[in-house]
Design a protein around this ligand. Structure first.
Ligand SMILES: [Zn+2]
Length: 310
């Protein structure tokens, strides 16, 4: 397959699946008294919000700080210029890490698990989850966008045991295959052994629960997946690492990111997300965008900008 056909195919897949997720929304029970009573308490590291009758919360895990000469976008001067033009400090790139909690009744879903204190982060997830009123044993489903350390780092506790002992762990079939294949080389053999009994891989684009559908966002890893969260006429797209920086990835989606396994496809996916997000006013959840990661992409002055919800 030529690069151009591959890119067109990736863009088409994204468009079809975003549309399909919107059209295939399941009938939901009306919001009930129970849901209101279960509202998640807000705190410094917990940002609760609702999508239809679903209770959600951004859970702050920490921040990845990248010196300008160690970002995936190459030339430090180019990165600094993009940051400065956006009115940001041009001294480093700061990527927040905030897994997303989604509740409906007894179904407690956690999307990604943070870095587990790796990469200079703060391992805030366990405390944030407790502050949200959720015991780790209550989590029923863990959805993994992709198997990088800042997303699977919280799967095991400090003792090497499952941090969420009763949760089924869901990731795309190609992502799970790649994790198993590379486990030894990446020092993840013990993690793979520990989580294997809990893993239920899904087909790319599958419905995971009545309110959650996997959305292939190809290019970052072997089976990178976003998630469309839908209730009533409201929807939110968890974009995973298709976009890392609310400044650099949004303003310059065509920039090559060295963390992407397939750069052409990742650029196509990124451009599709930016353009469709701006065109449709789609609400996004950026796991690495400034906390709490909620907002929309807008087209302004001939370019694209991230507009966070305040
Ligand atoms: Zn990440």
């Amino acid at each position: 397959m030529t690069p151009s056909i591959k890119v067109a195919s990736a863009a088409l897949t994204l468009a079809v699946l975003l549309g399909a997720a919107a059209c295939s929304q399941p009938a939901e029970a009306p919001a009930g008294i129970e849901a209101a009573a279960d509202a998640i308490p807000a705190s410094a590291d917990v940002h609760p919000f609702a999508i239809g009758d679903l209770q959600l919360a951004a859970l702050r895990d920490g921040t990845l700080t990248l010196p300008l000469d160690h970002t995936p976008w190459g030339d430090a001067a180019v990165v600094a210029a993009i940051l400065t033009e956006a009115g940001e400090d041009g001294d480093a790139v700061h990527l927040s890490v905030q897994p997303l909690l989604v509740r409906q009744g007894d179904r407690v879903v956690l999307i990604d698990t943070g870095a587990g204190g790796q990469m200079g982060t703060q391992n805030g997830l366990p405390g944030a989850l407790a502050a949200a009123g959720v015991d780790a044993a209550e989590v029923t489903d863990i959805l993994i966008s992709h198997a990088h350390g800042d997303h699977i780092g919280g799967l095991l506790n400090a003792g090497g045991a499952l941090a969420f002992p009763n949760a089924v762990i869901r990731m795309s079939a190609p992502e799970w295959r790649a994790l198993q294949t590379g486990a030894e080389a990446q020092g993840l053999a013990a993690l793979v052994t520990a989580i294997t009994p809990q893993v239920r891989p899904f087909e790319h684009g599958a419905a995971i629960t009545p309110f959650l559908t996997a959305v292939p966002l190809d290019g970052h890893t072997a089976g990178h997946s976003g998630f469309a969260i839908i209730s009533g006429d409201e929807r939110l797209l968890y974009i995973g690492d298709a976009l890392h920086s609310a400044v650099i990835s949004v303003r310059r989606p065509e920039l090559v990111n060295a963390w992407d396994i397939d750069s052409d496809t990742a650029v196509s996916t990124r451009q599709g997300l930016v353009e469709r997000g701006a065109g449709e006013g789609q609400r996004y959840y950026g796991v690495h965008f400034p906390y709490p990661g909620l907002g929309r992409i807008e087209q302004r002055d001939g370019g694209f900008v991230w507009t966070p919800e305040t």
